[in-house]
Design a protein around this ligand. Structure first.
Ligand code: NAD
Ligand code: UGA
Length: 467
């Protein structure tokens, strides 16, 4: 099957960058990224590339070269779905907040809506690809909705549904998409699988293109995220043990990581994993296990999330403890609000919970992040006051700063919560001179070099060390 037109439903963190890389590697294919959100599509089409809704290193350049050539962003779902040979579904699949499975199962309403849009508007033969992360067996639902489109319609529409989960990480998305460890395609329609693998084979070694059945592909995505998150919870649990025993978590991570069977990646201790997917995908796995009566398996994976939450509270508690047991009305600078460096995404960022914990203790926070915009922080800290220091309030307050210096002035403590490159280059002599004494720096990402912090008029605390 010759693919000339592709569309992708969902212009988010996955849909936008993924289709940009497809457009870059397939100049002869017209690719349209669709979204119901008009404002988001306007941002993708903005002449000022700094206004793209997703910040990813390398993304701006591809958009500059391909947009309007073979890459388009549009809200015209009906028109674009009708002419597409291949449709990616890349919509959000968050955890359900109400009803059966609330707090664990995925909310598939956006998937269902996409399937219904495809069923309604598509013409002729269409390959439908699950790009979103989904519970096992979702393809069955999609197939049922699509096939219903032909009822009383003389079978004029043909669909094949395949699964092609995405493994990119935010902050390195372009590189991950351009040179992935593997591409996974699951399904039972050889022609459809072949059509998609031929597209990937334009820039990816075919040996890295893995073909499985539908259910293995869906489950592999959830399992990959669960394993990655499990490594982080494992090293975070050990970071606490390091602090009380005098071991150093960086040294321990290096020592275990040099064992090939363990490997050195994903064992950096930190304030807990964030991001839109780890927690939601493990919760989804837990829900599935319980659904199939595998309660011990469910409990096992749930612990990964428990340790993650515990690590965040542990950090807030020890900040309070070190600042003489009270942070009421004290000024604390927060360095980094995104869930990791090189992204403007704050979904499930550990910074959110830690900031709330500190404000519940009465602290006044001055928050600085190089890429997260002010409106996003305000949204994430809804329920807390965005104002200048006000000691009369019961809860603390927060303000948004435009530099490390601004966040540091008169503050009692600084907490590094995201490993932005900029924070590795801070001039601590200058910062020390503008903080209130005794001043503290809590490095929850272990990015500061011990030598730099020696002999300074600041107390430095770093995660997983005998401070
Ligand atoms: P996102 O929220 O950034 O983007 C989803 C977009 O889909 C939104 O802009 C929304 O408006 C749009 N949308 C929802 N329903 C629609 C509909 N019916 N028609 C048109 N547009 C619609 O989400 P994301 O981070 O891109 O994640 C998408 C999926 O990919 C999720 O299932 C996620 O688990 C998975 N995933 C995410 C990442 C990541 O790093 N963010 C990586 C791998 C996989
Ligand atoms: C993660 C996976 O790495 C991707 O493969 C997957 O496609 C994606 O989820 C998804 O399904 O959404 P992402 O969440 O973008 O990617 O970023 P990661 O690099 O995995 O970081 C997740 C969180 O773990 C961040 O808060 C990060 O700071 C933290 N982390 C990561 C650590 O604390 N230590 C580490 O060693 C690595």
């Amino acid at each position: 099957m010759l693919i000339k037109k592709i569309c992708c439903i969902g212009a988010g963190y996955v849909g936008g960058p993924t289709m940009a890389v497809f457009a870059h590697n397939c100049p002869d294919i017209k690719i349209t990224v669709l979204d119901l959100n008009k404002e988001k599509i306007a941002q993708w089409n903005d002449n000022d590339l700094r206004k793209l809704p997703v910040f990813e290193p390398g993304l701006e350049e591809i958009i500059r070269n391909r947009r309007g050539v073979n890459l388009f962003f549009s809200t015209e779902l009906e028109k674009e779905i009708a002419v597409a040979d291949m449709i990616f579904i890349s919509v959000n699949t968050p955890t359900k907040t109400k009803g059966i499975g609330a707090g664990k199962a995925s909310n598939l309403k956006w998937i269902e809506a996409s399937a219904r849009q495809i069923a309604k508007y598509s013409r002729g033969e269409t390959i439908v690809i699950e790009k979103s992360t989904l519970p096992v067996k979702t393809a069955e639902t999609i197939k049922k909705i699509l096939n219903a489109a032909n009822l009383g319609n003389k079978n004029c529409k043909k669909f094949s549904v395949i699964s092609n989960p995405e493994f990119l990480s935010e902050g390195t998305a372009i590189n991950d998409l351009q040179s992935p460890d593997r591409v996974l395609i699951g399904g039972d329609n050889d022609e459809a699988i072949d059509a998609l693998s031929k597209i990937y084979a334009r820039w990816i070694n075919p040996e890295k293109i893995l073909k499985t059945n539908l259910w293995s592909a869906e489950l592999s995505k959830l399992t990959a995220n669960a394993f990655l998150a499990q490594r982080i919870s494992s090293i975070n649990s050990i970071s606490a043990l390091c602090e009380v025993t005098g071991a150093n978590v960086k040294e321990v991570a290096k020592a275990i990581g040099m064992d090939n069977r363990i490997g050195s990646k994903f064992i950096n201790a930190g304030p807990g994993f964030g991001g839109s997917c780890f927690k939601k995908d493990i919760l989804n796995l837990v829900y599935l296990c319980n659904f199939y009566n595998l309660h011990q398996v469910a409990e096992y994976w749930e612990k990964v999330i428990d340790i993650n939450y515990w690590q965040q509270t542990r950090i807030s508690n020890l900040v309070v403890k070190n600042l003489f047991g009270t942070i009421d009305s004290k000024k604390i600078g927060i360095l980094g609000f995104s869930f990791k460096a090189d992204t403007n995404d704050t979904r499930e960022s550990p910074a959110i919970q830690i900031c709330k914990d500190l404000m519940n203790e009465g602290a006044h926070l001055s928050i600085y992040d190089p890429k997260v915009n002010k409106e996003q922080v305000i949204l994430d800290l809804k329920g807390y006051t965005n104002s200048s220091l006000n000691c009369e309030l019961e809860k603390g307050t927060f303000e948004i700063c435009s530099s490390v210096e601004m966040a540091s002035i008169s503050s009692d403590a600084l907490i590094i919560l995201t490993e932005w490159q900029e924070f590795k280059k801070i001039n601590w002599i200058n910062i020390s001179s503008i903080m209130r004494k005794p001043s503290w720096v809590f490095d929850t990402r272990n990015i500061l070099e011990v030598d730099e912090t020696k002999n300074l008029d600041i107390n430095f605390w770093s995660l997983g060390n005998n401070n």
